[in-house]
Design a protein around this ligand. Structure first.
Ligand code: BG6
Length: 298
């Protein structure tokens, strides 16, 4: 164990947290409690695992993820901030912003009465201060709070996304409800606005959609695993749904060629026309709450 992992283990031992390091030297917090197990990397404040007791793991991780400073982790919950996708003007700027590439500080780890754990991480990305609270419990609660300093001279705009990767039994047999009545921006091929489909989302090809003005909950229906995953949210007006399918998977070096069959992303976000503008001294919190409904016990 490195000095940093050992120090953190000593500091947070009361909360039942252990720390270790991946090959690339990234420090990981590992929790195993009565209601859930979870993992969080300080690199990007990246939640990499959540498994409610008695359930399968809910978050998906790529077998080919990088675990290196300067590179995003593939899977779990990357935090996209302060921009989503490509930077509006700077082609050299990294996709999905800087927050997922940055080392965050673990501020606190607090046991919950339920037996779960609440972690709070923080970082700064000028001119914003970020705080990220993660609760590993029967439900997974992720809350990203962005503050603009009171002495900042002008309002500032940002985009954010809790880019959650979910494990599914088979992408061809799952569906998503909750967005039936929402129009969307289709990012596959020529970017185009499409009207609401009226039906559940099913996956038959590369899917990359931004649903603006969508604050409702979504449900992943996974009949083969006999479970539903319910994603509720607050402070988020955009939802992104993504599966790279065959060709895009093959183009991504940190994504296995066959891994697209076992994952999908539903992202809790504020992007494009839903981007947030903060006045000096203001703050905004984007929250995702994820729960599993086990249909075998009903
Ligand atoms: C999604 C985008 O949010 O993230 C996709 O809508 C993108 O277009 C995907 O491919 C993964 O992005 P990245 O930068 O992590 O490879």
């Amino acid at each position: 164990m490195s000095t940093k992992s050992a120090e953190l283990t000593t500091r947070f031992t009361n909360a039942g947290l252990q720390f270790d390091e991946q090959a690339g030297g990234l420090v990981r917090a590992v929790f195993s409690g009565a209601t859930a197990a979870g993992e969080l990397f300080l690199h990007g404040a990246h939640c990499a695992a959540w498994q409610p007791a008695g359930q399968r793991s809910v978050l998906w991780m790529s077998q080919l993820s990088y675990y290196e400073a300067g590179k995003p982790i593939r899977g779990g919950v990357p935090i996209c901030f302060p921009w989503f996708g490509a930077h509006a003007t700077d082609k050299a700027a990294p996709g999905h912003g800087l927050a997922r590439l940055q080392e965050w500080e673990l501020k606190s780890a607090q046991s919950l009465a339920s037996g779960g754990l609440r972690l709070v991480c923080a970082t700064e990305l000028a001119p914003f201060q970020l705080e990220y609270a993660v609760e590993f419990d029967k439900q997974l609660k992720l809350s990203l709070t962005t503050r603009l300093g009171a002495d900042h001279p002008t309002p500032q705009r940002f985009e954010d996304a809790l880019h959650t990767y979910f494990s599914v039994s088979d992408i061809k047999s799952v569906s998503i409800t909750g967005l039936e009545n929402r129009h969307y921006i289709d990012k596959v091929g020529q970017v185009a606005e499409r009207s609401a489909s009226g039906g559940a989302i099913v996956f038959t090809e590369e899917t990359d959609r931004i649903y603006p003005q969508s604050s409702e909950s979504c449900v992943i229906h996974d009949p083969d695993w006999q479970r539903q995953v319910i994603i509720s949210k607050s402070g988020s007006n955009s939802t992104i749904v993504w599966n790279p399918w065959i060709a895009k998977s093959a183009r991504m070096p940190d994504f296995g060629n066959d891994e697209w069959t076992g994952m999908l992303c539903i992202e809790t976000a504020n992007v494009g026309s839903d981007a947030i503008t903060l006045e000096p001294g203001q703050q905004h919190t984007t929250t995702a709450l994820i729960a599993v409904s086990d249909l075998t016990s009903q």
